[in-house]
Structures are given as C-alpha cells and as structure tokens.
Ligand binder design. Structure first.
Ligand code: PAF
Length: 282
C-alpha cells in the first residue's frame, strides 16, 4: 500500500492509474477505522483496481473545538487495517496540505441542510462539501464510497456531485452494527463503560419507531414516543429525533404512499455525540 501525503502525489498517483486504464475507487474517512470503513474499502475493491483511502480529520467540518480536539486519531492502527482489506494507496495529508490558505467559497445546500445535522451543526456540511470536493478534484475517482450511517451526508454529497457535475458515482454502503445494535462509529471509542452500556438504546429506540412507522402511527406520535423513551435514560440527552422523507430529508407531517421514510436521531451520552438512522421503505 502506497502512502501519499501531498496533494500533488495523490494527483500523480491516480492520474497514472487512470492512464493505465484502471478504475479508481475513493474511500474518504477521518480515520479511527472500524468495520464500517473496512466494508467501504472492500466494496471499492470489488468494483475497482485501485482503492484509495483518505484519512484526514477535517477541521472545517467541526463546529465544536473539543469534538475536533478529541476526535480519535490512531494512524498506525488504521494503516494496518487498510492494506489487508484491499486498499492500494492511503492519502494522509496535513491540515496545511489540504488548506494552504483559508477557503472563502461557501456551499449552501438549501432545505437539505436546514434540518438535522445541518441545523444542529452550523457550517458542518460546508466543511464536508469543501473537503470532499478537494478530494474528488485531486483523486478524480470513478466511484466514491460513503456509509449510510451519515444519511444526510450522503444526500448532501450526491447533491454536490449533481450540481458540480463531478464525473463519478457515489456508492452508499449500509450501516454496520455491533452485536447489540450500536451503529459503528469512530466516536464509539470515546464512550466510557457506563455510556457504552446504554448506547444500544439509540438503535432500540429507532427500531421501535420504525415498527410504529410500518404500523402507520403518525410521525408526530412516533417522534414523541422516541423522545420520551430516550428521556427515561438520565445519561442520554437527545438532540433530535426526526421522521423525514428519505430523499428530501424534510420532516413528515404525514406519510406519502411509496415514499421511503428515514428515522434519524442525534444524542449525547458520556460527553460523546452519536447519530444513527433507520430507513423504512415506502
Ligand atoms: O464521514 C466522514 O468521515 C467525513 O465527513 C468525510 C466524508 C471523510 C469528510 O471529511
């Protein structure tokens, strides 16, 4: 596995691969890799000859300085996981390499980012769109792989690709869960034992809410019940629970026939902010 640290190095590497007729898959990450990331690499490996993973804790997408500072960083362990999974190159730039000067361009995804993560983390999707655009320009992949745990991020990145005519395909891979249902996340490493013990409640609440959606219980009731269940656990502070259209991400007052529904939540436990979602087909 080739280690690349400069933008020019990444450009040259992928240009050469393209010239050789290879298909290039890109797996953007912020490191602290888990089985969800490895699934993305394996999916890329199944489709592409070159699989480039990127590890960059992107400062511009954090609206909370502590969250950025405490984001887990385990570069050696990450590198050891990537090669056996089929990664052919790893791009690990410095902040100065990715941002040689402050960016002034601002992205506005309209209604898509006025809800959930966009509403609760101002500037988050601007930072995501900035870094993802840079990575797409530098690597020029045929395909880029993202996890569905970040459902809204996938929607925003698809919009970015469509609006800016990036010549690539976005592949979204299912959320990978621990045996007790907790969605895998790099932030799970920061959970202490008591927080880890209650964390599966998030998925339990989403699963119960999804069952209510399937039974036709009105969205406002589903939301209220989910929030009430979370409120019973004193160590969890819920930030939001939304029952939304899976494509537009707009909160639903009623279900529309044939439209998939996404149930999303964000909650704090033990000083760690976690998100999760479940999709109910239309
Ligand atoms: O999902 C993530 O890990 C990040 O938001 C991404 C896509 C790598 C951009 O920094």
């Amino acid at each position: 596995m080739q280690i690349l640290t400069t933008a020019a190095g990444l450009q040259a590497y992928t240009e050469q691969a393209r010239q050789a007729g290879k298909r290039v898959g890109l797996v953007p990450t912020m490191g602290a890799l888990h089985a969800g990331h490895i699934q993305l690499v394996q999916a890329a490996r199944a489709d592409c000859n070159e699989v480039i993973a990127t590890i960059f804790v992107n400062p511009t997408q954090f609206n909370n300085a502590d969250d950025f500072r405490l984001y887990p960083r385990v570069p050696e362990a990450d590198a050891a996981l990537l090669e056996p999974a089929g990664c052919t190159a790893l791009f690990v730039p410095s902040v100065e390499e990715m941002y040689p000067r402050p960016t002034v361009l601002r992205f506005d995804f309209g209604a898509l980012e006025q809800v959930m993560e966009g509403a609760h983390r101002p500037g988050h999707f601007n930072g995501v769109a900035t870094v993802v655009s840079k990575l797409f320009h530098l690597a020029r992949p045929h395909r880029a792989y993202f996890g569905q745990k970040d459902w809204q991020q996938v929607a925003v990145v698809r919009q970015l690709v469509a609006d800016l005519s990036f010549d690539l395909e976005i592949v979204a891979c299912p959320t990978i869960r621990e045996a007790d249902g907790l969605a895998m996340s790099s932030r799970n490493r920061r959970l202490d034992a008591p927080a880890r013990a209650v964390a599966p409640l998030l998925y339990q609440v989403l699963s119960a809410a999804a069952a209510q959606v399937r039974q036709g219980v009105r969205p406002a009731q589903v939301q209220a019940d989910a929030l009430a269940t979370l409120a019973q656990e004193p160590s969890i502070t819920s930030e939001y629970v939304e029952i939304a259209d899976a494509q537009t991400l707009q909160p639903l007052a009623e279900y529309a026939p044939g439209r998939a529904v996404v149930l999303c939540l964000a909650a704090h436990l033990g000083g760690v902010r976690l998100i999760d979602n479940v999709v109910v087909d239309g």
